[in-house]
Design a protein around this ligand. Sequence first.
Ligand code: NAP
Length: 522
Amino acid sequence: MTTFLNNYLGGEWQTAGRVVNTLLDPVTGEQLATTGGAAEGLQTGFAYARKEGAQALQAMTYGQRAAMLGEALKVMQAKRDEYYAISLANSGTTKADSGIDIDGGLFTLGFYAKLGANLGEAHTLMDGSAAVMSKDQLFQSQHIMVPIRGLALFINAFNFPSWGLWEKAAPALLSGVPVVIKPATATAWLTHRMVADVIEAGVLPKGALSIVCGSSAGLLDALTPFDVLSFTGSADTAASIRSHAAIARDSVRVNIEADSLNSTILGQDATAGSAAFDLFVDNLVRDMTIKTGQRCTAPRRALVPTHLFDAVSEAASAKLAAVRAGNPRNEETTMGALVSRTQYDSVQEGLARLKTEASVVFDGSKQTLLDADSKSACVAPTLLCIKNADQSQLVHDHEVFGPVSTLIAYRDTAHAMNIAHRGQGSLVASVYSEDAALMACAARELASSHGRVHLVSPDVAKTQTGHGNVMPASIHGGPGRAGGGEELGGLRALSFYHRRSAIQASSVVLAELSKGSTPWNS
Ligand code: NAP
C-alpha cells in the first residue's frame, strides 16, 4: 500500500482524503505515494501558525532558536539512510546526487544553527548605530529589526525536496517565524518525511512547522498582509503569483527564484590543454550532469573563445561519452533519471526548440541506458553549439531543465560579457582563467546581472566550491529573469523574515531598548 502524504496544519495531522495525485518512481514507474487535492482548513491552520507558532518561537532568543535548529538537525541525521532510499525511488537520483539534496539541506541547517548561536540571548537586532536628530543630542533615531508578525509560506520546486525546504526554513525559524511548506507534488515524499520526523521528535514548538501537499489551490488566498511568501519554480508560475491580490494589493513580501540561463565562460587567455581549459571542461561536464541537469544553477550556456571552439567541443564530448545514464540502482550508472516523464517530455521539446538554431556536438541518446527502458524518465546528455552568437535568440531565453548545454563562440571578452547579459539576469556566471586582472574585470561587469560570480583560477582548482553549488555563506538568487530574489548569504537571509523600523526617542529610552538586543552584522 502506498503512503498518503497528509497535510499537517493547526498542530495536527489531517486524515487521509480522496487521492488526487500519485507519486511515481521515474525509472520503474512504480507507484510510491499519493496526495489529496485542495487542502482543507488553510485559514484556521495559518491563523494557528501565526498565533501559537510565532508566539512560542518569538518567546525564545536567537541563541535558543539556533539550538532548536541543531536539535532538528540531529533528528534528521539519524534518518539519512531512509531519506536516501526515498530520494532514489522518487527522484531517480544516484547516491551522490541524493547527497547534494539531503546532505546539502542538513549542512545548511547546521550552518544556521552555528551562525545563530553567535546572536546569543537577544530578542531584537540593532541595525547600525543611532543617528542624532536634535541639537542637544538627546533625541535620536535607531533602526531595529524584529521578526515579522506573520508566517512564511514556501512553495518549492521538484528538484530539491530537502535542500529547498531547509535553505528557506533555517533562516525563517532562526528569525522566529513559523513556516508552512508546500513541496512540488512530484517529489513531495522526502519533504513530507523530513517534516514528519521533526514534528514527531517534538523539537519545534507546535505551529512552527506545517506542511501542505498535493495542491497549491487556496494557499495564496490564505495569506494576510504581514506574511511572507518565498517561491521557487518556473517563470510562468512566478508571473501568476506576482499578480495575485495578496501580493499585488496586500503587499505580502515575496521572494522569487525562477528559471535562469546561467553562463560559464572560458577566459580568452586559455590555450588548449592549459590548466584553465581543463578546469573549464571538467566543470562544464560535471555541472551539466549533476542531478541530471535539474539544477537551477546549471550552466545552460558555455561561452568559449572562437579559437578554442573545436578543442573544447572535442574535450567535452570525450568526457560526456563517459557519462553512463540510467537506473541509479546500477552501480555503473553515473547519471540518474529526470524526476518524471513530464520532465522528460519537456526536455525533449526544449531540445527540439534549441536545435532550430543550434547544431549538435554530442548526442548521448545513441548510448544504451543502464537498466532502464524507453518508458523511464532517463535521458542522456546533449551538448549543442552555436558559432554565430549574434544571430541566436532561443538559447538566451529557453531553459531546458535537463543535462543540456550549448557551446557559444565569442570574439573577445566584451563580446562574452554581452552574451552573458543576454540571459536577462541569471543566478550565476563562472569564469575560468589564469589572468587575475581579466577575472576581476569580468566580476565587476557580470555582478550587475548575476546573483553570484564564480571565478576559478588554477590556485583554487581543488578548493573552489563549484559553479552550480549553492553555499549558505553566499547569496543565492538573481535579478530579472532569474526572479529578482535573494536567499542565504549568511545572516543576510534573516532580513527577509524581519521588519526594519526606525525608533525615534530619547537616548535614555534607546539605551533601555538596546538591552536584549544584538548588533545586526549581515
Ligand atoms: P513550477 O511548475 O512552477 O512549480 C513550482 C511550485 O509551484 C510547485 O510546488 C507547484 O506545485 C507550485 N505551483 C504550481 N502552480 C501554482 C500556482 N498557480 N500557484 C501557486 N503555486 C503553484 O516549477 P517546477 O516545474 O516544479 O520547477 C522547475 C523550475 O524551477 C525550473 O524552471 C527551475 O529553473 C526552477 N528552479 C529555480 C530555482 C532557483 O533557486 N532559482 C531552484 C530550483 C528550480 P505542484 O507541484 O503541486 O504543481
